[in-house]
Ligand binder design. Structure first.
Ligand code: AQP
Length: 335
């Protein structure tokens, strides 16, 4: 863990499927960039993931894989706290308290709740609705000052801020009110390759809609070639060209090139050449990450050790906040 003068930063990714390049670009890549500037606390959000039905064996496998992926992408467990959310009971405990200051209307109007309820109409459960309160607990337990969020999570962070202020007003100063951390030159929301009006999601039923961090080179290039593009043939980032703009954003994330540089590079060339180049750039960038992840997955004791150590540190920090909350609301401690 870094020095305590650094501000705390929290974020998490759900082990709800194979992690996509959207999760990487919008979250994990930034996690790596932030680890020197902040005291970073990163979780594998398994409690969140069961708000949508998961197959138990797959959830266990995805949890271990995500921990390995974090490290393979460059998150340093010596600098950051890396843990599995369900290993720290304080997340559920604080959620209960925050539930008592949250109004149902605040949760039922969340875009993600509406989207996921429509997508999983046979399983609209209380956990799905309460997801943002659990997320607020994740953040507030660690007194996180900053939360790197993708555009898709801004609404949830706004609720976290509201709950922190509401609790502080009612019970006295308890929680740091977190700020969204917008990464320079990013904020990119990566869209589905099959439908650029929807975000790329690991739980999309169409595997051609996303590229996973484990896809092999041929699969990546094939998916890029099949990506839905727009009419015309000019490689240009524009509002009326969402498919090409999305590929330009992906290309930029893996090559460091700006949209203008990419437009210049492919000026006079068509979509076909560009799509192959995007696929190759993604595959080149992912190859060393995939190799490192495969190596780490053979070191299960090492990964288990990181998780255990991370959970112990996280639990210690979380317990401090939770004790304060319990005292403020009036729970008798018996001490
Ligand atoms: N398409 C995306 N573009 C940019 N950022 C993204 N994130 C997710 N999709 C994109 C960011 O990834 C982080 C972790 O997300 P998550 O796994 O906690 O949940 P999610 O946002 O619901 O991601 P998915 O892939 O869409 O998962 P499912 O399909 O299970 O719901 C977040 O910081 C998010 O902003």
């Amino acid at each position: 863990m870094g020095e305590t003068e650094k501000k705390a930063l929290f974020s998490a990714v759900q082990p709800s499927g194979a992690v996509t390049i959207g999760n990487y670009i919008g979250a994990i890549k930034n996690f790596v960039a932030l680890q020197d500037e902040f005291n970073c606390i990163y979780a594998v959000a398994d409690l969140h993931s069961i708000t949508v039905r998961q197959e138990a064996a797959a959830l266990r496998k995805n949890t271990l894989e995500l921990m390995a992926l974090f490290i393979a992408c460059g998150i340093d467990p010596e600098k950051c706290v890396l843990f599995v959310q369900s290993h720290v009971p304080a997340h559920c405990e604080l959620t209960w308290v925050l539930n008592t200051i949250t109004y149902p209307g605040e949760l039922s109007r969340m875009t993600q709740f509406k989207d996921k309820s429509a997508k999983h109409a046979d399983n609209v459960n209380m956990g799905l609705m309460d997801y943002p309160v659990l997320m607020a607990s994740d953040i507030l337990l660690y007194q996180a000052a900053a939360v790197p969020v993708g555009a898709d999570q801004k609404q949830h962070l706004e609720l976290t801020r509201d709950l922190a202020v509401r609790f502080n007003n009612r019970y006295g100063q308890t929680f740091t009110v977190p700020e969204p951390y917008i990464m320079k030159g990013s904020g990119a929301k990566i869209m589905s390759l099959a439908d650029p009006s929807r975000k790329m999601s690991k739980s999309d039923e169409n595997p051609n809609a996303f590229i996973t961090m484990s896809d092999d080179r041929d699969t990546i290039i094939r998916k890029c070639k099949r990506a839905v593009t727009d009419s015309g043939n000019e490689v240009r980032s524009a509002e009326d060209k969402p498919g090409v703009s999305n590929l330009i954003a992906i290309y930029g994330a893996f090559t460091g090139k700006t949209a203008e540089e990419t437009e210049r590079e492919f000026s006079g060339k068509g979509y076909g050449d560009f799509k192959v180049a995007v696929g190759e750039a993604v595959a080149d960038a992912l190859a060393p990450v995939q190799a490192e992840k495969a190596r780490l997955l053979k070191e299960k004791d090492y990964l288990n050790g990181i998780m255990k150590r991370g959970a112990e540190t996280a639990a210690r920090i979380a317990r401090r906040t939770l004790s304060k909350v319990y005292r403020k609301v009036g729970f008798y401690s018996g001490d």
